[in-house]
Write a protein that binds this ligand. Structure first.
Ligand code: ME8
Length: 521
């Protein structure tokens, strides 16, 4: 039975246009999804849009649109962005779809039946921008002397009759769950943050609103709509068919071979790591296996925001630098989990240094040499020297290192491991100098060229999740058949055969901002 991996992005609010932060999460999930598919897993990758709630209703009113019209328009922007980013999502969910309304109402009814929902009066601080409740003690004073949420969002005092979920009663069960599942939250620093938050005591949670109507009606009491977070979180199981016990639900959520994982930004960890498992446990639905909260991108040290007008448009970045280049940059620049500052100067540096020079040249030089001097035929190797063996052994060891990195969502560690071999291979070329062996020792030259080709085969197979188009071009140039590009092919048994014809090589990684070098050996 194949192991199953379910990966989700947050569903994005449709009140605004997508920016580089949204693109970041989607790309990270896509890389994981592609990695797992190549590693033989059955994968389901979900993204989508979060369309209900006060924030979206307000944005629509400000634009003089109906909420539905705003949702239709802006949801499409996120769908288009996923496509532009090369996301391999299997599904795109919108919370205004009937399948989702049905799932939310079913979950609500389960919680009601379990005695977990009661009607009462709620008073407290609410931040519409975060769609979140805050305790008095969490509020901070901003530069203007106003009381605001820790995120800086304005808060208002809310008094409403609503339905409430007894979150306070779940404190011990949540702590026991975290203790038993130390890998539930990554990175470790976020685990500790959530743990101490829960340990500090939990307040019951208001889970319906009556002040506006843009939401999913509460079953049997439609003057209430569901709190947008109970609605939003449920999307992850809606997409697997909940409340029906479908084959997908079993494969990706509840079954013994399932591994469900949510990727989120650090801003929404409390919803995913505290509320969501509490709702699920209360409804007797299995909880996901892992939530990873990545860091935050700023621009020149400042928060990206509409009011500052500094949001980075991912479409523009892709158009300017190339899709694979942006995918690589975002996951290479900052250790995943840390915050980072977005700088275009850094993009050009990585493109030229790591892609064009280090990897691009490595492949281009020996491939053009073969095309020019050996009639485009890959030579067969002779006996290996210790240097050949060292490089081939490094290639063989890569997959284990990459798997280990990706189990921790340490994209940067995987890239570093692969680029370690790129560096080794460049040192090897300089030392072996195959170009000067043509006259003196053609047999040795053949071996060196083959070792280089086999090394690039490993590298190209492994970087497919990050840079699918460029990796495919490299594998085309090595005449690797499309069906021979999975991680199962990273063994000596699938090594390149001497004597195969290679297509005319072309540069895969152009330099940015300088005339094309295009030099052969
Ligand atoms: O929170 N840096 O939606 P949202 C890095 N609808 N990542 C960023 C970012 C930044 N500056 N800005 C946004 C919501 N993100 C809810 C989610 S899920 C059931 C409901 C990414 O449109 C990051 O993943 O505000 C963050 O968690 C998400 O976008 C928030 O998107």
């Amino acid at each position: 039975m194949s192991r199953a991996f379910y990966i989700t992005t947050p569903i994005y609010y449709v009140n605004d246009k997508p920016h580089i932060g949204h693109a970041y999460t989607t790309i990270a999930c896509d890389v994981l999804a592609r990695f797992k598919r190549l590693d033989g897993f059955k994968v389901r990758f979900l993204t989508g849009t979060d369309e209900h709630g006060q924030k979206v209703a307000k944005a629509a009113a400000e634009k003089g649109m109906t909420p539905q019209a705003l949702c239709d328009q802006n949801s499409q922007n996120f769908r288009d962005l996923a496509k532009t980013l090369g996301a391999s999502n299997d599904d795109f969910i919108r919370t205004t779809e009937p399948r989702h309304v049905r799932a939310c109402q079913a979950l609500w009814e389960k919680l009601t039946a379990a005695g977990q929902i009661t009607l009462g009066k709620y008073e407290g601080w609410y931040a519409v921008r975060d769609e979140a409740f805050y305790d008095e003690g969490e509020l901070v004073t901003n530069a203007a002397g106003e009381k605001v949420a820790p995120s800086g969002a304005p808060v208002e005092w809310m008094v409403e009759e609503n339905y409430s979920f007894p979150l306070s009663q779940w404190q011990d069960k949540l702590l026991a769950f975290y203790d038993a599942n130390p890998d539930f939250i990554g990175p470790k620093s976020r685990f500790n943050e959530v743990y101490s938050f829960v340990k500090g005591g939990l307040q019951d949670l208001s889970i319906s609103r009556t002040a506006f109507s843009w939401g999913i009606p509460v079953p049997n009491d439609p003057k209430h709509v569901m709190y947008v977070w109970i609605d939003a979180l449920t999307n992850y199981i809606t997409a697997l068919g909940y409340p029906d016990d479908t084959a997908d639900f079993q494969a990706f959520w509840s079954g013994p071979d399932s591994f469900a994982m949510h990727m989120v930004g650090k801003d929404i960890i409390r919803f995913h790591c505290v509320y969501w498992p509490a709702f699920l446990m209360a409804a007797n639905v299995p909880v996901p296996k892992r939530v990873f909260a990545h860091g935050w991108w700023t621009v020149e040290g400042q928060k990206m925001s509409k009011s500052l007008g500094n949001a980075i448009d991912p479409n523009a970045m892709v158009a300017k630098y190339g899709l694979d280049q942006i995918r690589y940059f975002l996951l290479r620049e900052v250790p995943f989990g840390n915050d980072g500052d977005f700088s275009e100067a850094a993009i050009a540096g990585r493109i030229n240094g790591e892609l064009a020079n280090a990897l691009g040249n490595l492949a281009q030089r020996f491939l053009s040499f073969i095309a020019k001097n050996l009639g485009g035929v890959l030579p067969a190797p002779g006996d290996f020297t210790p240097d050949d063996r060292a490089l081939l052994t490094a290639c063989d060891g890569l997959l284990a290192q990459c798997r280990d990195a990706m189990e921790r969502q340490a994209f940067h560690d995987m890239i570093e491991a692969v680029w370690g071999v790129v560096r080794d291979a460049n040192i090897y070329v300089d030392k072996q100098a195959p170009w000067s062996l043509r006259k003196t020792d053609p047999a040795r030259m053949n071996t060196v060229l083959w070792v280089l080709a086999e090394t690039v085969r490993h590298i190209a197979i492994l970087i497919q999740p990050f840079m699918p188009t460029s990796a495919a071009k490299m594998l085309d140039q090595l005449a690797v058949a499309p069906e021979a590009r999975t991680f199962a092919h990273l063994t000596p048994a699938h090594a390149l055969k001497g004597g195969i014809g290679l297509p005319t090589p072309e540069g895969v990684f152009p330099r940015y901002g300088e005339p094309k070098a295009g030099k052969g050996p």
